[in-house]
Design a protein around this ligand. Structure first.
Ligand code: TYM
Length: 332
């Protein structure tokens, strides 16, 4: 069975709708027919300052949300990145294979560090994509389900895998991004030219999955659209409406064409109201399941222990091969 791997940061506690539609939903689908490895990337989280108690809590809340969304530890390997030391170890090897300029070209780093200023930007943030490379290559993943914003990091992953394979000998599977066009980039509800993100300018543009559903319903109803009135799909001229249509389509299973026909002769308000209802119907049960997992910390710990053990079995084999090919003396 093909191997898939992906990761999500625990930084904000609640996932947002972009995380779910862009990535986590695909994780749930892919676990059926693939050998799937999914993790909460706590090592990545500390590239920016984290309060220890909040990090611990957010990591657990993240795992609970993955379970609540339908990630099933019976059908995949679910773990915390820090439980598998091979990530940091292969990360170091990959750092030594990455050009400084190559890392400096990563647009997410450029954006984030520009906002922070160079004295508060850590070296960890700079090498963040290289750790992600290690995450993927450790498991010899064939495909990596992510949103559009991770595409460049996966190109780096492919480049470094090929570089290692050429410099030493064929060792790594070259992974492919698995990015679904329709949900690859969910936009901010207040600024449909920017992707939905936890660092949004206005909290009204961000739909957090653990918020009171009434709050989120309001955000859908006050989403920024345009001065036209016809519901139609045009990503350039009608970015706001098109974003709402894509979200509706993802949640309802109806195609964009069906939706455009359905909303013919109706105003934007009808689209927003329906979307708010659809989201509320989905998010209620999601929150309920997430809460149940959070209320059973012993079960959560058990899931994570099983996941870490399974992940380490695979990761250790890859790392041992890598160390050998590099020329390290085997530990007796
Ligand atoms: P993170 O935690 O920022 O986001 C998790 C996933 O959500 C996707 N995403 C979006 N998709 C559509 N529209 C949006 N507005 C949106 N915002 C976020 C992201 O693309 C991602 O798939 N570097 C990764 C975590 C990571 C990883 C890995 C992923 C670490 N190691 C190995 C894959 C494989 C990140 O920060 O994702």
């Amino acid at each position: 069975r093909p191997r898939v791997l992906s990761g999500i940061q625990p930084t904000s506690g609640s996932f947002h709708l972009g995380n779910y539609l862009g990535a986590v939903r695909q994780w749930v689908d892919l676990q059926k027919d693939n050998d799937a490895f999914y993790m909460v990337v706590d090592l990545h989280a500390i590239t920016v300052p984290q309060d220890p108690a909040a990090l611990r809590e957010n990591s657990r809340v993240s795992v609970a949300q993955l379970l609540g969304a339908g990630v099933d530890p019976e059908h995949c390997t679910l773990f915390l990145q820090s439980h598998v030391p091979e990530h940091a170890e292969l990360g170091w090897v990959m750092n030594c294979l990455t050009g400084f300029g190559e890392a400096a070209r990563m647009t997410q780093f450029k954006d984030k560090s520009a906002k922070q200023g160079s004295d508060s930007t850590t070296v960890g943030l700079f090498t963040y994509p290289v750790l992600m490379v290690a995450d993927v290559l450790l498991y010899q993943a064939d495909a990596v389900p992510v949103g559009e914003d991770q595409r460049q990091h996966l190109e780096l992953t492919r480049d470094l895998a090929e570089r290692f394979n050429t410099r030493y000998q064929p060792t790594f599977t070259i992974p492919k991004p698995y990015i679904l066009k329709e949900t690859a980039k969910i936009m901010d509800l207040q600024d449909p030219t920017a992707k939905m993100s936890k660092s949004a300018a206005s909290p009204k543009g961000l739909v957090s999955l653990l918020d009171d559903p009434k709050v989120s319903a309001k955000k859908f109803k006050s989403a920024v659209t345009d001065t036209d009135t016809v519901v139609s799909y045009d990503e350039e001229k009608k970015a706001g409406v098109s974003n709402l249509l894509r979200i509706h389509s993802a949640l309802s299973g109806q195609s964009i064409e069906q939706l455009v026909a359905h909303f013919e002769g109706k105003m934007y308000g009808a689209l927003k109201t329906e979307l708010a209802e659809l989201f509320t119907e989905w998010v209620g049960p999601f929150q309920q399941r997430t809460r149940e997992f959070l209320d059973d910390p012993a079960e959560l710990d058990r899931v994570l222990a099983v996941g870490a053990a399974k992940a380490r079995e695979v990761a250790a084999v890859t790392l041992e091969t890598v160390y050998d090919r590099i020329g390290f003396v085997p530990a007796a």
